[in-house]
Design a binder for this molecule. Sequence first.
Ligand SMILES: [Zn+2]
Length: 480
Amino acid sequence: MSHERYEMVVGLEVHVQLKTRTKAFCGCSTDFGAPPNVNTCPVCLALPGALPVLNERAVELAARAAHGLGCKIDPVSVFARKNYFYPDLPKGYQISQFDQPLATGGSVVIGKDEKGADINIGITRLHMEEDAGKSIHDRYPGATAIDLNRSGVPLIEIVSEPDIRTSPEAGAYLRTLKQILQYLDVSDVSMEEGSLRVDANISVRPPGEAKLGTKTEVKNMNSFSAVERALETEFDRQCALLDAGGRVEQQTLLWDATRETVRPSRTKEGSHDYRYFPEPDLRALMLDKKWIDDARKNLPELPDARKLRLSQELGVSSSEVEQLMATPALADYFEAVARASGDGKAAYNWVMGEVLATLRVSGDDVALFPVRPADLAQLLNLVRDGTVSHTAAKRVFALMKDTGHPAAQVAADEGLLQVGDEGAIATWVDEVLQEHPDEARRYLSGEKKLQGVLVGFVMKKSKGRADPKRVNQLLSSRAG
Ligand SMILES: [Zn+2]
């Protein structure tokens, strides 16, 4: 089996669109989904004489990403022209960074190995660049259309070391990277909208061999699982090639998701083909040491630190925290409910239960959820002090969602306050015993397991308002 004779060696290049309102070198909007070619101007259309002006916000976000990934930011970095011809690149070059990138030398921990040690994936470099336009091949028969809205949108490219050894590790790296960038709030990191794109460099070698084999570059994967499948496919292809006495040829391959295969791309390029040279229209990017230090100090809390803090402070397990961390907005919502109610467990149950179930149906973002954390916390407090039963709480929650009214008001208006009054509960119990004579007779003659059924009937009759503890006590005393 060739998989035992070879190991996979993978490095990933991830392009991430920065969350700025305007493009990298002009004032055009970065709005996704605008009609074609609306967000353009002489600079991003490459009209003669137009000059680029660097977007300061893009530098801030790129620096934040670099710090968050543990990279060292160079006080001097240089923009360079990456020259190539493509119909959606009107300038004939992309402004990028080449031999003097913004930042180098970071790392990401993607999990633990069998011995419990961290699996670290090194980050070689992080540099800034602009996006090209988009060629649209499938809308007009026999023609290709060009949309330049994306031309000049600010990107960072994050290049990993060839530290990845398996396709699941590649997936773990991408998910970890995405989460870090989300929590840093530097990008929407959406593969569907193209704000996160992945190219993979892959080679194989015998285990223990230090020298790297010849690599191929695989492009055109549109999901993290597609990256994993493409790597497996290309690994198999390279192993089979070597086993048959062949040689791997350095080339660019495109992943074909429908056929689950890779095919050679028509374009071939090495860095020498790009004829990089310093961008004459932009000065070197000089960053003040204090500015760099301040950016590091003001970094938002990173996912690992937040996981640890939430589990320590709010009494939820690490696997529960993992679920709550799915998006920063969900983690924020949970944390606010848990703090306001003082009950992390109940907050977890409600957020993962009712809140997420509602969001799944509506497709809305939790940040816009009509029941705000303070209001949900109030409901949890009403349940805890026995003012509202668990059953009634779900009804109260549904009404809070529809009306926007606070929990106490909804419970009072709808008559859903829990009834602990002996007289009222006794009446419900008596009615239930009369309406279910068979169960009543068996229960009263000693069939104790029917108590739960009868409690259920009473809860239903009282529309969830009866205090189940009192109902249980009363039934027990009847069975005497
Ligand atoms: Zn523009």
